[in-house]
Ligand binder design. Structure first.
Ligand SMILES: Cc1ncc(COP(=O)(O)O)c(C=O)c1O
Length: 390
């Protein structure tokens, strides 16, 4: 917790929230021209046309109202059908599913609905930057759950057991993972599930990159025996369907949890935007082909970028999913923020320094390959020049 020492009218909770250590870095990116940006976690594809067309058509028809607080019943039914068909999951669309403004809102609602002041939540490191702030804004305490390159940046049962103390209520997990691309096989998840049960933890399972799993089938944690009642499953449309701007996600879980989340959502958000909901319904009904095409292209880029970085002498494991690689820059001896700043100013390539994802991610950089093949080739050429000091 940061002590400011001076009087402020900002709430202690927000005042004490650690500011993002790389804000100044991104301000620098914004002010520069002709930068190849491999920094953002956003598909470079435009939302498939048939999805946009349904959104446009709905606006032409005048569908511009609020929807039910929980989201359009037809969309919830579509989600329930999709999850059943895809993963064998059974969620009642009326009581166990909530449409949210992205996974972002879902995470916030779950934290506020479930945590009492001081409750501890295990947050993997490195992980998506919003997890710890969401826990702390809800009055909880984020406890670091360190993952390492040696374990492929995966949480292990041992890590969990070591991190659990009195007052640990929940654990966050995200797979495929932003920023490392790590994911888990069913066997690995079964081991994690056993440990989660042993410590009686709730799990926030952020599976927003599920469709972008390249080498094996994605397994939702909630599909494993005896897990359903302790999992809040988060998913959305931003990544798989390239729909970040529609701001659409959903949370599924036990009735009491979804009910409590809905209570907060109805007062603070009222409902997710109707245009996004209509687009999302179309995505689930007819989007499979477009998803498969985007996935094929990401997979091609993944191979290229991993091979290229290893050839340049930046050791890089093959990530199992998402659209990020997380190479080590330890051999260069340059701290990650300095590496990123220098690469940006000298060669106009933007990427994210590992330290943005927690102290233990120092010595790594995150590169998003949600960028065209030509961009990636040019970026590799520039990184090569940068490393050779040209
Ligand atoms: C792991 C992870 N979870 C959630 C989000 C936010 O997703 P949404 O657009 O659905 O709010 C992101 C966005 O980068 C992410 O990487």
């Amino acid at each position: 917790m940061k002590k400011t020492g001076k009087k402020t009218r900002i709430s202690r909770r927000v005042e004490n929230l650690a500011p993002s250590g790389i804000r100044a870095f991104f301000d620098l990116v914004l002010g520069m021209k002709d930068v190849i940006s491999l920094g953002v976690g956003e598909p470079d594809f435009v939302t498939p046309w048939h999805i946009r067309e349904q959104a446009v058509f709905s606006l032409e028809k005048g569908d511009t109202t609020y929807t039910s607080n929980k989201g359009m019943p037809e969309l919830r039914q579509e989600i329930s059908r999709f999850l059943h068909h895809r993963y064998g999951l059974k969620y009642d669309p009326h009581e166990e599913a909530l449409i949210t403004v992205g996974v972002s809102e879902g995470l916030d609602l779950a934290a506020r609905a479930l945590l009492n002041p001081g409750d501890k939540v295990l947050v993997p490191e490195p992980s998506y930057v919003s997890y710890a702030p969401v826990v702390e804004l809800a009055g909880g305490k984020a406890v670091r759950l360190r993952t390492t390159l040696e374990n492929g940046f995966k949480i292990t049962p041992k890590d969990i057991t070591r991190a659990v103390t009195k007052g640990t209520r929940a654990m966050m997990i995200n797979y495929p993972c932003n920023p490392t691309g790590a994911s888990y096989s069913r066997e690995e998840l079964l081991e994690i599930a056993k440990t989660v049960k042993k410590h009686n933890l709730l799990v926030f399972s952020d599976e927003v990159y599920d469709e972008l799993t390249y080498d094996f089938d994605h397994t939702p944690l909630s599909s494993l025996p005896g897990m359903r009642d302790r999992i809040i499953y988060f998913n959305g449309f931003s990544k798989s369907y390239a729909m970040t701007g529609f701001r659409l996600g959903y949370a599924c879980g036990p009735k009491d949890v979804i009910g409590a989340m809905t209570k907060i959502h109805q007062y603070t958000m009222l409902c997710a935007p109707i245009t996004g909901q209509i687009a999302a319904r179309e995505a689930l009904r007819n989007g499979a082909r477009a998803v498969a095409e985007m996935k094929r292209e990401y997979k091609r880029r993944r191979r290229f970028i991993v091979d290229s970085l290893n050839e340049l002498g930046l050791p890089c494991h093959l990530p199992e999913g998402a659209f990020y690689v997380f190479p080590s820059i330890k051999d260069t001896g340059i701290p990650s923020l300095e590496f990123a700043k220098n690469l940006l100013t000298k060669k106009k390539v933007a990427l994210v320094p590992g330290v943005a994802f927690g102290k233990s991610a120092e010595g790594f950089i995150r590169i998003s390959y949600a960028s065209s093949f030509d961009n990636l080739k040019e970026a590799v050429r520039r990184i090569d020049e940068f490393l050779k000091g040209k």
